[in-house]
Ligand binder design. Structure first.
Ligand SMILES: [Fe+2]
Ligand SMILES: [Fe+2]
Length: 266
C-alpha cells in the first residue's frame, strides 16, 4: 500500500478530471479500509507539485475576462454548473495537497481521516457536476474557467495555519453562503438532477469547513495563540480581498465559525 503522501501526489499529478477523481476515491477507500481494520497507514513524505496537473481544457482565464452569462437561461445554468465543477476539481487537489504539503508537521491521525474524507467527497461532487453537464449536452472543459483558484494554495504553501484559515475557513465557507441561492435557481428551472447534486454538495461542505475550524483551533492550542486574532492576521496576510456578506450564519455556526471571526473582515 502507498503511503498517504504518495497517494496524494498520485492524485495531484493526474491531469484528467475523471481519472483524478477515480484515483482519489480509490485511495480514500484503501485508507478507510485500513483504518477500519485498526491500522494507521504510513503518512510518509512526498513532494507535491507546486501546481497540480490539469487537463488541457478548460482554458483558464483571468476572472475579469470570464464571459458574463445570464443565470436565467439554459446556457447560464450550464456555465454555473461548469464553474462548480471547476471549484470541485480544485477542492480535490487542495485537500490532497494539504495532506502532502505539511506531512512534516506531526498531526493526530484524525486530521488525515478528515481530509481524506473531504477529498473523497469533492471527487464525488466533481463527478456529479460532470454528470449534470453531460446530461445537458456539455462537459467539463467545454467552457473557460477561473484561473485564480490555485492562488490560495501557492500563497500558503509554507504556512500551515494560513492554509487552514484561507482554504476551508474562507473559501469553502463562502460556498455555504452561495449554494442555497443556486439550489433555488435550479429548483425554479425544474432541474431535479442539479438540485439533488447541489443538495449533496451543500450538506457535505459544512463538514469541510468544520474540519478546517477544528484543526485551526487545534494548532492555535498547540502554539498558545488566540484563534480569532490568529485568524484575522492570517486572512489579512494571505487573502487578497475582503469577505462579502450576506453570510450563511447558521451553517457557519454549525461548522464552528463564529460571527466575530468573519464580520470584522468585511
Ligand atoms: Fe465540494
Ligand atoms: Fe469542500
Amino acid at each position: 500500500m502507498l503511503s498517504l503522501s504518495e497517494m496524494a501526489v498520485d492524485v495531484l499529478t493526474t491531469s484528467d478530471g475523471r481519472e483524478k477523481t477515480a484515483k482519489s476515491r480509490r485511495h480514500a477507500a484503501d485508507w478507510f479500509a485500513a483504518r477500519e481494520a485498526g491500522e494507521t497507514p504510513e503518512i510518509g513524505r512526498a513532494v507535491p507539485p507546486m501546481q497540480p496537473s490539469r487537463p488541457a481544457r478548460p482554458e483558464l482565464l483571468d476572472p475579469r475576462q470570464m464571459p458574463k452569462r445570464k443565470p436565467g437561461t439554459p446556457q447560464g445554468r450550464i456555465a454555473m454548473l461548469h464553474a462548480v465543477a471547476h471549484i470541485e476539481l480544485n477542492a480535490v487537489d487542495l485537500h490532497w495537497d494539504i495532506i502532502a504539503r505539511f506531512s512534516d508537521i506531526p498531526m493526530p491521525v484524525g486530521y488525515y481521516d478528515d481530509w481524506v474524507k473531504a477529498a473523497d467527497e469533492e471527487s464525488k461532487h466533481f463527478n456529479l457536476m460532470c454528470d449534470c453537464l453531460e446530461d445537458a449536452g456539455s462537459h467539463y472543459g467545454a467552457l473557460p474557467a477561473h484561473a485564480g483558484m490555485w492562488r490560495a494554495a501557492e500563497d500558503t504553501a509554507e504556512d500551515f495555519m494560513g492554509r487552514l484559515a484561507v482554504v476551508p475557513m474562507v473559501l469553502e465557507a463562502r460556498g455555504l453562503d452561495v449554494t442555497p441561492g443556486m439550489i433555488a435557481l435550479f429548483t425554479k428551472a425544474g432541474d431535479r438532477q442539479a438540485v439533488a447534486a447541489l443538495e449533496t454538495i451543500y450538506a457535505e461542505e459544512v463538514h469541510h469547513v468544520a474540519y478546517g475550524s477544528k484543526w485551526f483551533h487545534f494548532l492555535c492550542g498547540r502554539h498558545e495563540m488566540d484563534p480569532k486574532l490568529a485568524f484575522h492576521d492570517l486572512v489579512g496576510r494571505y487573502f487578497h480581498s475582503s469577505l462579502k456578506p450576506p453570510f450563511n450564519e447558521e451553517k457557519r455556526a454549525e461548522a464552528g465559525l463564529p460571527p466575530d471571526f468573519y464580520w470584522p473582515l468585511t
